[in-house]
Design a protein around this ligand. Structure first.
Ligand SMILES: NC(=O)c1ccc[n+]([C@@H]2O[C@H](COP(=O)([O-])OP(=O)(O)OC[C@H]3O[C@@H](n4cnc5c(N)ncnc54)[C@H](O)[C@@H]3O)[C@@H](O)[C@H]2O)c1
Length: 432
């Protein structure tokens, strides 16, 4: 393991990665590479909703020079329906982009290893986040370029593992593009450019919200083991999803981290609990959190997130600086500055999910690797600090987080009777 990076080292690497992501990529180099090397072969690990979407975007990233080569999932029904949906999406016209022969459809906990050995060039990681550190490490060790969904880990040992993998990807000159999609949104990028250019003056505080409705559940079937029950309800088990703050509201945490230059907070204090969640399929996650991220000089970030039925919904970010304030309302597409330098974005939008893959494949073709690793890890770290603060009732410092040894989930994977933690009670749950 590398020594623990200082809080500010996230900042240094984050800035470099963001700059790389915006680099214009030469189309000439891309075309030459496509001619010489042929199609880029993609492997999808985790064939659910997002994985299927990501595969479709990968296949649309270049004009016929990306093919889906292999697929991996723990459940064959998920793999089959993903393949059907992708074939439907490609239609007859683009049917040749799907080349997943039967011997390249892998099922089981070791499916990702078989996929990595099947001749793919690029891997899309879209399983529940628990598996991400191990899958990412294996992909980079095998020399593959990666698109990885957020979040990147569910515990602090996972964060440290990923940081090492990110450095390995840098050394191996492999592209590593993150599914923190707002970073690839044209409107957000224009907004953040102004923010970082000082149009609000010194940034004092950011308040972010992700107030949404509860996610669906799957009733237990008699033939399922406990592990299968939990995996089919993965969003509701902390060891698999990280809890909704880490799995869903991490998008808002990511925007908060982005605003503060991708520097890790000094410490985090938080509250949370279960006001509505009932029933075994709702696992052990909380349904609401509120967190305060403390930086130097009294600068603070605030987050509220919940998954409640019958309550108001909001996904907005509010920025307060010395020269005014600003708002992003992601769902209403409002990006606006008020105060000394008023401004409202009225340019074109883009498909941020497609953009992630356009940038990834262009970087591979051009031989100019992108590495989103540092900032995506910092954003996940921030969310984990907030969850730990809420679960334990303690104030969690950056140093404590980076020294935590608590690893969530079983040591090995099998269809059995793994017992998840009981719901955390703040003040009683220990920080380990
Ligand atoms: N960026 C975004 O806007 C966005 C949106 C939705 C989901 N996501 C992220 O994408 C990931 C997947 O979410 P989803 O909504 O597609 O969930 P999903 O349940 O639809 O898909 C997950 C898939 O992974 C499979 N899987 C589980 N464990 C596996 C393992 N060990 N090996 C191989 N396959 C495994 C499941 O069977 C399932 O098919 C999550 O990390 C989620 O946070 C991101």
């Amino acid at each position: 393991m590398s020594p623990t990076p200082s809080r500010r080292s996230f900042l240094k690497h984050g800035a470099a990665a963001a700059a790389a992501a915006s680099t214009a990529l030469a189309t000439g180099a891309r075309a030459r590479d496509a001619e010489e090397r042929g199609p880029l072969k993609v492997g999808l690990v985790g064939c659910g909703g997002r994985g299927t979407g990501a595969a479709s975007q990968a296949l649309s990233a270049e004009d016929g020079t990306v093919v889906l080569w292999a697929m991996a999932d723990v459940f064959s029904d998920h793999l089959d329906s993903s393949l059907r949906n992708l074939s439907h999406a490609m239609g007859e016209e683009r049917a040749d982009r799907i080349q997943v022969s039967e011997d390249r459809r892998f099922v089981g906990f070791d499916a990702y290893e078989k996929l990595l050995a099947s001749g793919v060039d690029v891997v899309l990681l879209a399983t529940p986040p628990h598996f991400r550190p191990a899958h990412l490490r294996a992909a980079i060790e095998a020399g593959k370029h990666v698109f990885t969904e957020k979040p990147i880990a569910v515990d602090f040992p996972g964060i440290r593992h990923v940081l090492d993998t990110v450095a390995m990807a840098e050394r191996k000159q492999l592209s590593l593009v993150s599914g923190f999609c707002w970073r690839y949104n044209t409107r957000h990028r224009a907004f953040y450019k102004r923010l970082h250019n000082g149009h609000l003056g010194d940034l004092r505080a950011v308040y972010a919200t992700y107030n949404a409705s509860p996610l669906g559940t799957h009733e237990r079937k008699p033939e399922w083991s406990e592990t299968e029950f939990q995996l089919r309800n993965w969003q509701h088990f902390t060891w698999l999803s990280g809890d909704h703050l880490v799995e869903q509201a991490v998008h808002s945490v990511d925007k908060l981290g982005w605003a503060f230059g991708d520097e890790a907070p000094r410490r985090v204090v938080a509250v949370g609990g279960r006001a509505q969640h009932e029933g075994e399929a709702r696992g052990n996650v909380f349904d609401h959190f509120s967190a305060t991220f403390e930086y130097d000089e009294g600068i603070k970030g605030f987050l509220m997130c919940r998954q409640w039925a019958g309550a108001s919904y909001e996904n907005s970010d509010y920025y307060y600086g010395a020269k005014g304030h600003a708002i992003i309302n992601g769902w209403a597409e409002q990006h606006e500055f008020f105060g000394d330098n008023p401004w409202r974005y009225d340019g074109e939008g883009n498909d941020m999910y497609q953009q992630e893959h356009d940038v990834l494949f262009a970087s591979i073709r051009a031989g100019r690797p992108i590495n989103d690793g540092r900032w995506m890890t910092n954003s996940t770290l921030m969310a984990l600090m907030a969850r730990a603060a809420a679960y334990t009732g303690q104030t969690i410092s950056y140093e404590q987080a980076m020294e935590s040894e608590e690893r969530l989930g079983p040591d090995t994977y099998a269809w059995g009777d793994f017992a998840a933690h009981p719901v955390a009670i703040p003040g009683q749950r220990k920080f380990i």
